[in-house]
Design a protein around this ligand. Structure first.
Ligand code: HAM
Length: 438
């Protein structure tokens, strides 16, 4: 009997039809971050296990339950990266990037791996877009990088036209500062007093790492978490209140609320942490998360390096974008150009291919029949509309003679003549832009 193989649960194929949407998002990502002078970093998928246990923390769900870890043939313990902030730090330290740069603004995209229970928007192989500000500081403005990164995330989501974005944020500075031990002791006392209502994982965390209790999703535990008397345990600092007012005053109207229960499921955070959600995603799942991690570089054997960053889940982002108007398909359609090669001289076909390639390089998605074939103009145009193209570019004997191209808007049926390839390119740029705005 034939064996039928299937991908592992939670690890999905991205098939033609969807892959174009991923390419669209990747291109938007590159354009946005390049325009902000962020540079791309790519790191290996496999890293030493200890990199993640040290940075994310032994008692976190990610390290404790979700990592894909195995020994290679040389008996080294390897882990498939569950996130990339630790990998980026490892790479920056390993290559001494901070010796030649005072600070770094880096971004990345790529697959991450967590053995979570698969469901909509929760995969075992998923993808992130991330950005990290490394050693970006300014005298007298300790929270500057925090609002710079939150603003960058808000602007990126806005650029993609994601609607109804809401941020939650919290400050973990105090709990990680000089008074940290006493704050943790007070939190332990509080939870100890409500131990009967805590789930078993949280009871275990009570002694090991009290902040991790906040990761619990069990309703009874959440009720206890909600009532933590923060104002007596660790009231917000004046610096944080100042930061909140500044965030409110930023252009672009970032919608946010301060949420003291937000601690984020990774141990490396030391200051302002945040999550962004879109109401089109459903209640509980975050679209993006991030925060400040000023001690990670030290933890990994380097100097103290103030950092903050965020990561966005690409599957979730595409789910949200799927509900947008105009949809990604519509936006992609505007850039789809169908070539109609009708000339009798087969030799002329190479020139059409060259022009198609040039348009492709300028960001158009060109659809070119494999050969001139013998379809009529009408059949070609029908095909072009079926493929969702916005324009047809016609090259028949007449156009060859004049050295030009006929451009046809497939919706309005308007036709234009471009006397040269350059003219064709500029016409298409203007007309497809108009189409996106209409
Ligand atoms: P995180 O909150 O663990 O943060 O993940 C960021 C985003 O990745 C989430 O908001 C979610 O959209 C997506 N995500 C996480 N797990 C899954 C999953 N199993 N399936 C689908 N999407 C998922 C980090 O990873 C940090 N590295 C963020 C950061 C960067 N902090 C500082 N710099």
């Amino acid at each position: 009997m034939a064996t039928h193989y299937a991908a592992f649960p939670g690890m999905e194929d991205i098939l033609p039809g969807d892959s174009e949407k991923w390419q669209w998002l990747e291109e938007k990502t590159r354009s946005f971050f390049a325009s902000r002078a962020f540079r791309e970093i790519r790191t290996p998928i496999l890293e030493p296990t200890e990199l993640f246990t040290r940075s994310i923390g032994e008692t976190t769900d990610i390290v404790h339950k979700e990592m894909y870890t195995f020994k290679d043939r040389g008996e080294r313990s390897m882990t498939m990266r569950p996130e990339m902030t630790a990998s980026v730090a490892r790479a920056v330290i390993q290559h001494g990037l901070l010796k030649t740069n005072k600070d770094l603004s880096l971004y990345y995209t790529g697959p991450m791996f967590r053995a979570e229970r698969p469901q909509a928007g929760r995969k075992r192989q998923f993808h992130q877009i991330g950005a990290e500000l490394i050693n970006v500081t300014r005298e007298g403005e300790p929270y500057r990088a925090d609002w710079v990164i939150i603003k960058a995330l808000a602007d990126f989501l806005d650029y993609l036209k994601v609607k109804n974005v809401k941020f939650r944020l919290n400050d973990l500075t105090l709990i990680n500062g000089d008074q940290g031990d006493s704050i943790r002791a007070k939190l332990r006392d509080y939870f100890e007093g409500h131990k009967a209502k805590l789930d078993p994982d949280s009871v275990f965390r009570l002694d090991k790492n009290v902040l991790r209790i906040f990761d619990s999703k069990i309703p009874e535990t959440r009720a206890v978490i909600k009532d933590v008397p923060w104002d007596t345990i660790a009231p917000f600092s004046a610096a944080f209140s100042d930061f909140v007012s500044r965030l409110k005053a930023l252009p672009g109207n970032i919608t946010f609320e301060v949420d003291r229960t937000l601690v984020r499921g990774l141990d490396y955070y030391t200051g302002v942490v945040f999550e962004a959600a879109s109401s089109s995603l459903g209640a509980q799942d975050a679209l993006a998360g991030g925060g400040r991690y000023d001690r990670l570089y030290e933890e990994l054997g380097s100097n103290t390096t103030p950092c903050t960053g965020f990561s966005i889940g690409m599957e979730r982002l595409l789910m949200v974008l799927g509900k947008n108007e105009p949809s990604i398909e519509q936006q992609l359609g505007a850039k789809k150009i169908y070539f109609v090669p009708l000339m009798t001289q087969v030799m002329e076909f190479d020139a059409v291919r060259d022009t198609a390639l040039r348009l492709q390089e300028w960001g158009f998605n060109t659809l070119l029949p494999a050969e001139t074939g013998n379809l009529s103009m009408g059949e070609h145009l029908k095909r072009a509309s079926k493929l969702g193209a916005s324009f047809a570019v016609i090259r028949g004997d007449d156009e060859v003679k004049k050295g030009g191209w006929t451009l046809k808007n497939l919706t309005t049926r308007d036709q234009f003549f471009a006397g040269s390839e350059n003219e064709l390119l500029s016409m298409l740029m203007l007309k497809t832009e108009e189409l996106k705005l209409s």
